[in-house]
Design a protein around this ligand. Structure first.
Ligand SMILES: Nc1ncnc2c1ncn2[C@@H]1O[C@H](COP(=O)(O)OP(=O)(O)O)[C@@H](O)[C@H]1O
Ligand SMILES: [Mg+2]
Length: 298
């Protein structure tokens, strides 16, 4: 089921174009990674989706409700943390949630439910000032899902978290997407951490969307066959047309899976011994760099 649809979203502040053309859609259960360096336009895009900034052009629909024409209906389906979760530091986690719940008609049993969902049962009656950053982040998520939104948007939620905090957050988001069928957007400039839990990515640079793809499509790019070979000699000019010497025993080359067999045959026929053939796995980071490089060619 379609949850969010952004079409040709455009944002100009003064003479400055901040988001030039953002189009993508999101279904329930999707986790979309919004990826790009600082200043790329991620926060501005998110602010437009949650009604904190106006659009200069294009449209955003949430459950079919246009954010400009049906703002209240559209925004009722959204939970979000933009920049930092707002919290009263001298109140307990529970008291913070009670305040958030008072904005909607939400009973105590739902508060207990979201507390369990984010794994804060043991600490919810402590003051927020004693929470770790990861716990604050989780409390922020608990507050933003109190009203059962179908779309959850988190702006840079991984910032400053330690590996354990990241893992906990990741588990919560995966559960919300899989069990509660929420659609989730997570922005980040930390690429490697998104790879393992997003199923879609939108790669941004300077207000442009460079690539909008499923994680499978990205993986296809990352599976672009680069092989590392351990060989008895790296002087192979007479045998191979292009390869990269890594050190005295290793080379790297691009090849299709089918052709690597011919390359190995040629090496062996020329008395070059091959001790190991390894397919190099490219991460999201590599794809990002490739996409960025390609965009500079325009
Ligand atoms: N209110 C504003 N007025 C003018 N420029 C802005 C405003 N908000 C953001 N920008 C500019 O827009 C660009 C994108 O910012 P932002 O959306 O915060 O990027 P990101 O979240 O990807 O780091 C930046 O160059 C920033 O300086
Ligand atoms: Mg930002």
């Amino acid at each position: 089921m379609l949850v969010l649809e952004c079409r040709n979203v455009f944002k100009k502040i003064g003479h400055h174009v901040i988001v030039s053309d953002l189009s993508f859609s999101l279904n329930e259960g999707d986790i979309l990674g919004f990826i790009g360096p600082n200043g790329a336009g991620k926060t501005t895009s998110i602010k437009m989706m949650v009604g904190l900034q106006s659009l200069s052009g294009g449209s955003i629909k949430i459950f079919g409700y246009d954010i400009r024409k049906d703002f209240t209906k559209a925004i009722r389906q959204v939970g979000a943390i933009v920049e930092n979760p707002d919290m009263y530091m001298y109140l307990t986690g529970y008291e913070n949630l009670k305040i958030a719940a008072s904005f909607y008609q939400i009973d105590a049993s739902r508060i207990d439910e979201v507390v369990r969902m984010v794994g804060l049962e043991g600490r919810i009656h402590e003051k927020v000032k004693n929470y770790s950053l990861g716990m604050r982040q989780r409390l922020g998520i608990a507050a933003s899902i109190l009203h059962h939104p179908k779309l959850l948007i988190l702006d840079e939620p991984l910032n400053g978290l330690d590996p354990e905090g990241i893992r906990e957050l990741k588990d919560i988001l995966l559960r919300l997407a899989h069990e509660d069928k929420m659609a989730i957007i997570v922005s980040s400039h930390i690429l490697s951490e998104l790879e393992s839990f997003c199923n879609r990515v939108c790669i941004f640079s300077r207000g442009h969307v460079l690539k909008n793809a499923t994680i499978e499509e990205i993986k296809k790019i990352t599976e672009k066959e680069v092989y590392q070979l351990e060989v008895s000699s790296t002087k192979l000019d007479s045998i191979l047309s292009s390869y990269l010497v890594i050190d005295e025993a290793h080379i790297e080359l691009s090849s299709t899976k089918e052709n690597i067999v011919n390359i190995l045959k040629a090496l062996l026929l020329n008395d070059v011994l091959v001790y190991e053939v390894k397919k190099k796995v490219l991460g999201l980071e590599d794809v990002f760099l490739k996409v960025m490089e390609a965009s500079h060619d325009f």
